[in-house]
Design a protein around this ligand. Sequence first.
Ligand code: SAM
Length: 346
Amino acid sequence: MRLPVLDPARLQRTPRKTRRFDGPFVDRAGRKVGYLRLSITKACAMRCTYCRPERIADTKGEPRLTPGEISAVVEHMALRHGLHKVRLTGGDPTSRKDLTEIIGRIAAVPGIGDLAMTTNGLTLPHRAREYADAGLQRVNISIDTLDRERFAELTGVDGLDRVLEGLDEAERVGLWPIRLNSVVIRGRNERDMPSLVRFASARGIEMRFIELMPMGPLASNWAERFVPEAQMRANLDPIVRRWAPVEQGHDAARRFRVELDDGSWGVVGFITPMSCNFCAACNRVRLASDGTLYPCLMDKPSGTILPALRPRFDPALFDTILAEGLGQKRDEHPHDGHAVMTHIGG
Ligand code: SAM
């Protein structure tokens, strides 16, 4: 069978709205955006000392995108612009009662090959199956220490056992691969790094250490609390025999396969926004729960997508707003942390 020859001139004349694919969003540095990080609420049951000082008790009045608005954005970005990866974050995404609906709607969008969530893990013991059944594929769980008291001090919740139970349940229901995230804070949890690596490696889970960013409650004494990647690696050297780098791709983490002192192997990643930019490979854009658009985690927002959503979704206006936002995405992020972590979601 002969395939029809496509005439480029005719394609050019095809009215825009009948074309199925408009091409990826590309920022001014030529980076293609295929990854949306969606912060769906500011609410979180924890109040990590480095993230937020107080539990946000009343988030009832919080302006939030609805599940329908979220799926309109994701569907448009996927079908017209090649979005393929979505991560739900917050606050904590599990604080939203309609989370399962949101997961289900995003999972139903063709082209979304990777649907993940970053969570504190507290709801996983009883909800992991529901999330997986709705279409969630994997989770990253924050865990800064395996010491119960220190966990309570750092997070404001005596919840280590529940988080560990949640990890078991997430694994049982197939929310996999799981990654564990830990923000390393001088004088707080540096000493917990080796036990976290041993724990994660024994379960075949990647352990990621995040450099503290100058945002949130520790912003003013960030310099005293910051632990750079080089120091983190030095902290792990006593238990690591070999560091074998893994290719980075679009991943924000610099990853290593590590051989431990007992001969076992694990994977350790470092997310190093302060000492080593991962900006050149950045393929992401961020949307906060109220529709604020952040082209970069560390930069100020570029605006809001609300005019393109209400009263109904306007794809052309959405594209204009996103293109304007991406026009502001810098080649390298600033280091002074304009954004609020509880708003943007890390
Ligand atoms: N509630 C979820 C959780 O616990 O993972 C998702 C939101 S939380 C803001 C996302 C990530 O940002 C967590 O891993 C958290 O530890 C990290 N984070 C919060 N404040 C930070 C800071 N100042 N510097 C670096 N990472 C931070």
